[in-house]
Design a protein around this ligand. Structure first.
Ligand SMILES: Cc1cc2nc3c(=O)[nH]c(=O)nc-3n(C[C@H](O)[C@H](O)[C@H](O)COP(=O)(O)OP(=O)(O)OC[C@H]3O[C@@H](n4cnc5c(N)ncnc54)[C@H](O)[C@@H]3O)c2cc1C
Length: 307
């Protein structure tokens, strides 16, 4: 495992943007918890990304591409390697060939909400379900993010990626397998961007749908506290939040982490939570669900780093 100095030496001569060493990830994750990353590298372009990844691989230093960190828990021991923050790669473009498809392409670091805004301004329908999901295109594609019965798989036309050999590839929709909250890409793939295929719609209807979704989220989700969205995946026949509520766990706390009294599948940071508090609460829920309901709750949030 690489020390801060090794990472610093490795990245010294690579033209990367800003790099923060020994950076507390609690300053960057939406749950506001997490230990230090050896390096947090602010990626600005594909060329930079390729150079940084090549150098890290040569030196066998671990790395992790991330978007807006709205679905990640970094353990308190931190991440011994480089976290590559993709939010600087954020170009979005719209393409329409008369009689053919309406396509929006976006780089991995583009905010999903920006893509939704562009689709609204061009009266394109299909991305309404993404309203209020606070991630990037890369994070949403990786997670096959979804809501209200739709998932990224319903709108993806192609994914642009950097493969394990450092080659840029395009994977068309037909070649990609998707599962619940996971897009099955080849190992060690970095998502560079995606293309979405949309349909022409009516702007007023699209806006109405989006407003309804945003109001629903405001009412149901504890957006007033740092959180990472749904902690657990739903079970095939059971909603995770309902199951946790039925076990009487709403409002339960460990340290500064609390099962939201508003929505039982959200854990919120009441101000002083650590990643260990959140993970302890997750373990308590999982153990109670197994003992009392005979089910295994799997996390939807991605957990990385050292204890
Ligand atoms: C208030 C709130 C509401 C939410 N609502 C929803 C919802 O309705 N539906 C839903 O599905 N999710 C929801 N989420 C969770 C989260 O926003 C989504 O999963 C989002 O798509 C994650 O995007 P991100 O950019 O933050 O990814 P991150 O959290 O940064 O990363 C998530 C995963 O993707 C990987 N990743 C990120 N970028 C890349 C890349 N370029 N290449 C390869 N891998 C990459 C990371 O390594 C990690 O494994 C919600 C979260 C919050 C806080």
């Amino acid at each position: 495992m690489a020390s801060k100095n090794e990472i610093k030496k490795t990245l010294e001569n690579v033209i990367a943007g800003k790099i923060l060493y020994d950076e507390p990830m609690s300053h960057h994750t939406s749950l506001a918890v997490g230990g230090k990353a050896g390096a947090l590298v602010f990626i600005k372009s594909e060329d930079q990304l390729i150079a940084v990844v090549k150098r890290l691989k040569e030196k066998k230093i671990n790395f992790l591409p991330v978007g807006n960190l709205t679905n990640i828990i970094v353990r308190d021991g931190g991440y011994r390697g480089a976290i590559l923050l993709m939010t600087g790669m954020k170009k979005i473009s719209y393409e329409y060939t008369p009689g053919r498809d309406y396509l929006i392409s976006a780089q991995a670091g583009a905010a999903l909400v920006k893509v939704v805004s562009l689709s609204v301004s061009d009266a394109l329908t299909g991305l309404e379900f993404c309203a209020g999901i606070p991630g990037t295109v890369g994070g949403a594609v990786c997670m096959n993010a979804g809501a209200y019965g739709k998932e990224m798989k319903d709108v993806i036309n192609a994914i642009f990626l950097l493969d394990a050999e450092g080659e840029i590839k395009t994977m068309n929709r037909e070649a990609i397998s998707f599962s619940y909250r996971k897009t099955l890409l080849p190992p060690d793939t970095i998502i560079l961007g995606a293309q979405f295929k949309l349909k022409k719609g009516e702007r007023t209807k699209i806006k109405k749908k989006i407003n309804e979704i945003l109001q629903w989220r405001q009412k149901k989700h504890p957006l007033e506290f740092p959180n990472a969205g749904s902690i657990f995946k739903n079970l095939p026949m059971q909603i995770a939040g309902k199951l946790i509520e039925d076990m009487g766990m709403k409002g339960m706390s460990v340290g500064g982490a609390q099962i939201s009294p508003k929505h039982a599948n959200f854990i919120v940071n009441r101000g002083s939570a650590t990643a260990s508090d959140v993970l302890e609460l997750i373990a308590l829920i999982q153990s109670k669900a197994e003992k009392e309901k005979g089910v295994k709750l799997e996390t939807e949030v991605v957990i990385v780093g050292e204890d």
